[in-house]
Write a protein that binds this ligand. Structure first.
Ligand SMILES: NC(=O)c1ccc[n+]([C@@H]2O[C@H](COP(=O)([O-])OP(=O)(O)OC[C@H]3O[C@@H](n4cnc5c(N)ncnc54)[C@H](OP(=O)(O)O)[C@@H]3O)[C@@H](O)[C@H]2O)c1
Length: 324
């Protein structure tokens, strides 16, 4: 089955959108690279909370995209460059890379090999293993775009990060500290609180058990400058209520229930659309000192359905598929 020589590979794909039972381990052709693409031998694939939405056809409907079945799932991951297209000059065979493949007709990262646009990939920061970088591309980029481009966070400002022990959140806490902000982290569970303390947040509370408004008031008596919300609902409302006049909040599209604005504060939703500058900045920040990309559990490729089921449980950081 493992047979690059005859140009096939192991993958987990669906023949139509639907439930978890549609996911099947398959033997499929290794995709061909176009001139602006790279072929990656996948080491690790991220299992994102949005992967179920992808499998159910949510993204295809939302973006009016035609899927190419059998459709290989998985939108981010890391591995080694196997081949580069003629117009790719900044990556070469053997480089360790991480990247994003979103609704690609050539398939995603739940496979031994995948093809990505060279602009949607980058060299792995030196400080990180290929394994850990496998869950970095979507959540790391989303954390950085939220803090930097959307919130325009400045040194010395106070920021609340909601969902701080989750995929985006645990990366955002570390990036915000690198940007010299004061971080009030709202994590999930006692294990989440311990985890995020270790990552260097200035104050950490359990958002399921503690009073967010009270903690925010103690942390920033005149109101918080900013909030990055990776979860919604009541906790999101409280985070927005804790902002000062003129404060700003941001959340990536997908957060439910979407946070609502209130008078005197700006609430912005955003998407991470991969671009080389963001990858470069993310890598620079990560390489500025110790940085943890946390994988709570790994699964074999063939157990991808089990991994997607595990998305419904409580865990810290991210889940991943390991290909070797
Ligand atoms: N638009 C984009 O470009 C984009 C990109 C990436 C992600 N997203 C979206 O962004 C959202 C977050 O993604 P993610 O990968 O960070 O997901 P995630 O790993 O599930 O993170 C969310 C975290 O929030 C925690 N949480 C929920 N309620 C909480 C509360 N009251 N207090 C403290 N923590 C709480 C969850 O923990 P428990 O489950 O244990 O409560 C979880 O750890 C998702 O909706 C995803 O689809 C959008």
């Amino acid at each position: 089955m493992k047979s690059k020589s005859n140009q096939t590979m192991r993958a987990v794909a669906i023949d139509e959108f639907g439930g978890i039972e549609k996911m099947k381990p398959r033997e499929l052709p290794v995709p061909e690279v176009a001139t602006d693409e790279i072929l990656v031998r996948v080491d690790t694939a991220g299992v994102g909370v949005w992967d179920t939405f992808e499998r159910e056809g949510g993204f295809a409907r939302e973006f009016g995209m035609q899927a190419n079945f059998p459709y290989v799932l998985g939108s981010d991951g890391a591995g080694t460059v196997e081949k580069v297209g003629d117009k790719v000059h900044d990556l070469k065979r053997g480089d360790r890379v991480y990247g994003i493949s979103f609704m690609s007709p050539k398939g995603g990262f739940y496979a031994e090999y995948t093809v990505v646009k060279a602009d949607n990939a980058a060299m792995i920061p030196q400080a990180l293993s290929t394994r850990d970088a496998g869950v970095l591309a979507v959540d790391g980029g989303t954390a950085l775009i939220g803090l930097d481009k959307t919130l325009q966070l400045k040194a010395g400002e106070s920021i609340l990060i909601l969902g701080a022990s989750g995929g985006i959140g645990h990366l955002a806490v570390q990036l915000a500290k690198r940007m010299k902000a004061r971080v009030l982290a709202v994590a999930s569970g006692q294990d989440g609180v311990e985890f995020v303390k270790r990552l260097g947040a200035d104050k950490v509370i359990d958002g399921h058990r503690e009073d967010i408004l009270k903690a925010a008031h103690e942390f920033a008596p005149k109101g918080l400058d900013a909030a990055l919300l990776t979860a919604g609902g009541k906790a999101g409302e409280q985070a927005i209520a804790a902002l000062r006049e003129g404060g700003r909040a941001a959340y990536p599209n997908g957060v439910e229930v979407a946070p609502q604005a209130r008078d005197g504060v700006k609430v912005t939703s955003y998407n991470w659309e991969p671009d080389p500058r963001t990858f470069t900045k993310l890598n620079e920040l990560i390489d500025g000192g110790p940085f943890e990309v946390h994988i709570a559990r790994t699964f074999k490729l063939e157990d991808a359905a089990e991994a997607q089921q595990a998305l419904n449980s409580h865990y810290l950081g991210k889940l991943a598929l390991v290909l070797n």
